[in-house]
Write a protein that binds this ligand. Structure first.
Ligand SMILES: Nc1nc2c(ncn2[C@@H]2O[C@H](COP(=O)(O)OP(=O)(O)OP(=O)(O)O)[C@@H](O)[C@H]2O)c(=O)[nH]1
Ligand SMILES: [Mg+2]
Length: 330
């Protein structure tokens, strides 16, 4: 199950109370105040875990608490601090405050950590109130409460390249050829129901992330097929590849249809650098008119076969260059 939105409550730990205590020892009848401070409450910390790809773990568990700080003790001992609670989330998770809608954190880097709710400070023990006029204070303060927040976690995949195409165009086949990802592939539409990411290696050490998303159909923006909600996952990709099945001989209308659906979702998607990959050239079916149309539109066109591998080397090279150009302009 792919889960990309959840609302949860996080409660940081309360600070422990300070205490009242007086030093007692044989032969020291009237010891001074020695009540220690309370420990600090644990923080709620979100941390990016690269092995996660969905927010599924938070679909059912809704309340997360960090440990409270312990009370102080005699002999000036500060109470133990509450342990922080680390909550792992996938890369690309955005954290919002539910009531204001404000973005509190945007987790885009592997290993990134942010404190989302702060633990309360510990209270003061009575020794802190000792003064020349009050040598035996009977005062302490309570620990502060930890922060309590209602937050929404939203996952927007972070891919460099997004594949856009009609159902059955061969998007998943392409991703499975270029990466070690194993999306489901079948000869019927809507095989892919949720986005899949794969890492495409090129050159010796370089790589980029490619996202295979569900197929788009005409009217998707009006809720047809799987709708277009999943397009939010390509809002953050740098480059789009329109995958068009050349054997259908409908390049022109398909290309315009795909662009219309993207436009209805978010017109900014059309401003992203893009190329067209005409797939299934192994079928030997051609569409010269469609090809000419694309060229007249100033679109970069590559001809590929995700099945035989023809043209894939060039596709990776072109995409690699575009990804690098976009990374260096960031
Ligand atoms: N002949 C040929 N068939 C291909 C090629 N690429 C994909 N196919 C076939 O086309 C069908 C659909 O492939 P998928 O990769 O599942 O297509 P998709 O675009 O991911 O489809 P959805 O997930 O439904 O949107 C499968 O039967 C593939 O084997 C190709 O280059 N040549
Ligand atoms: Mg698919």
């Amino acid at each position: 199950m792919f889960v990309d939105y959840v609302e949860i409550t996080v409660q940081a730990g309360n600070g422990g109370d300070g205490i009242i205590s007086f030093h007692t020892e044989k032969y020291v009848p009237k010891g001074g105040p020695d009540g220690g401070d309370g420990g600090k409450g644990g923080n709620i910390i979100f941390v990016v875990d690269e092995n996660l790809s969905t927010l599924r773990d938070y679909k059912y568990k809704r309340l997360f608490r960090a440990e409270n700080g312990k009370r102080g003790a005699s002999s000036l001992k500060t109470g133990r601090g509450g342990r922080d609670l680390l909550i792992p989330v996938p890369i690309g998770t955005i954290i919002r405050d539910v009531s204001s809608g404000e973005v509190i954190a945007d987790l885009t880097e592997s290993g990134q950590k942010v404190v989302i709710a702060k633990g309360g400070r510990g209270g003061k023990g009575n020794y802190r109130f000792k003064s020349s006029t009050n040598r035996a204070p009977r005062i302490f303060t309570e620990g502060e409460p930890g922060e309590l927040k209602q937050i929404a976690l939203e996952l927007k995949l972070l891919a460099d390249v997004g594949l856009v195409g009609l159902p059955n165009a061969g998007k998943s086949t392409l991703l499975s050829r270029l990466s070690s990802a194993k999306p489901k592939i079948a000869d019927y539409p809507f095989t892919t129901l949720s986005p899949v990411l794969g890492i495409v290696k090129y050159g010796r050490y370089r790589n980029f992330v490619m996202a295979d998303i569900p197929g788009l159909i005409e009217g998707a923006s009006r809720g047809k097929g799987l709708g277009i909600d999943f397009l939010k996952h390509i809002e953050r990709t740098k480059i789009l590849v329109y995958i068009i099945d050349i054997s259908e001989k409908r390049i022109k209308s398909t290309f315009n249809q795909l662009r219309n659906e993207l436009d209805s979702f978010n017109p900014k998607l059309l401003e992203k650098p893009s190329i067209v990959a005409l797939n299934k050239i192994d079928t030997r079916i051609d569409d010269k008119e469609g090809m000419e149309y694309l060229i007249s539109q100033g679109v970069r066109v590559l001809r590929i076969s995700a099945v035989t591998g023809e043209g894939l080397r060039e596709l990776i090279e072109v995409l690699g260059k575009k990804v690098e150009a976009s990374r260096s302009s960031e």
